[in-house]
Design a protein around this ligand. Structure first.
Ligand SMILES: O=P(O)(O)O[C@H]1O[C@H](CO)[C@@H](O)[C@H]1O
Length: 323
């Protein structure tokens, strides 16, 4: 046990030692070369020229000018496989296109025809939680714009927030809540390139109302009107799923489904005036839903996947033939 004097001496020594260390650190910092600060505003990571080079590469490889672009969601990669006689390009072949993705074997573009129309589909999208800046995740949309795409179909898997939605149901997206964007993580932060679009633009009718009505018509045609809803999608950062308290919050703010993608792609698509149609396949039940056996959920999901393929084909056919 030390006495009072002993501790006082120790404290004085400690203070002197800390002072010396701090002075040494300051001297070292002053001598070190200045640190490079990388300014990477979201919208400047991929320039217009980068996107143009990627589009030119794809056009040279596929020799088609697609009218429709499709982004496949998780569990929806079979949508790309609907394309007839496709030219398949691995993302890694396209200069600068390859980003971080968990599912390398699905990292492919499919270009060909669907119901007589020229279509290009991304079999797998890039996610923010995979380590990609949000501006990079939406870069493929700009490439699609420069390919000449008029209609962007964005699909995704989601969890039901609305307690009436079941696994395997499809929600046509009529609006979104972009939590990432609200907290300063928009794909358009940084210098605005006017060649893509105006700095400020409206997000009213971002999800084209006429296209939603067409899809609702199709829901009746195929007898799925009780399984195809129209609602609001909310994007979270992930990769963890939301907590029960967050789920309740999402219910209160008006979300019907929740996922970790889609909204930044749609923001970028609307910035460059593409017509957007989006739907999400409910893959996870709401916390209020009755517990169902795994096998039942899987069967419902498989059913929903089939409906989503039918929906895509019929949408493309109707739009392409002005029906
Ligand atoms: O949005 P997509 O790409 O369909 O994927 C959804 O499914 C994954 C979670 O299971 C998350 O990435 C979520 O966003």
């Amino acid at each position: 046990m030390c006495n009072k004097d002993c501790c006082a001496v120790k404290t004085a020594l400690t203070i002197r030692r800390m002072k010396m260390l701090a002075e040494k650190q300051l001297k070292e910092e002053a001598a070190a070369p200045p640190k490079k600060i990388l300014l990477t505003p979201q919208s400047a990571i991929f320039s217009y020229e980068d996107c143009k080079r990627m589009a030119d590469f794809i056009i040279a490889r596929t020799e088609i000018r697609p009218k429709f672009g499709v982004v496949c969601g998780s569990n929806l990669d079979m949508l790309a496989q609907l394309i007839e006689n496709p030219i398949v390009i691995d993302y890694s072949e396209i200069p600068k296109f390859e980003l971080y993705t968990d599912d390398l074997h699905k990292s492919k573009l499919f270009a060909g025809t669907l119901m007589g129309a020229n279509v290009i589909a991304m079999q797998e999208r890039f996610h923010v939680y995979e380590g990609n800046p949000v501006g990079s995740c939406s870069m493929p949309v700009r490439v699609m714009k420069l390919l000449g795409i008029e209609y962007l179909f964005v699909t995704c898997a989601s969890a039901a927030v609305n307690k009436h939605y079941n696994v395997g149901d499809i929600m046509l997206v009529k609006d979104h809540i972009n939590i990432l964007g609200m907290i300063d993580n928009s794909p358009l932060i940084g210098p605005n390139d006017q060649r893509f679009g105006d700095r400020h633009f409206s997000m009213i009718n971002a999800y084209d109302q006429q296209l939603i009505e067409k899809a609702q018509e199709i829901a009746h045609e195929i007898g799925c009107e009780n399984r195809i809803w129209t609602g609001v999608y909310c994007c979270l950062g992930g990769p963890a799923y939301e907590t029960p308290a967050e789920h309740r919050l999402l219910q209160q703010i008006g979300a019907d489904t929740v996922g970790m993608s889609l909204v930044h792609e749609v923001v970028v698509a609307r910035h460059c005036s593409m017509k957007v149609f989006a739907y999400s396949l409910v893959s996870v039940p709401s916390i209020d839903a009755p517990q169902l056996p795994e096998a039942v959920l899987l069967a419902q999901l498989e059913d929903g996947e089939n409906v989503s393929m039918e929906l895509l084909c019929r949408m493309v056919y109707k739009i392409h033939n002005n029906l």
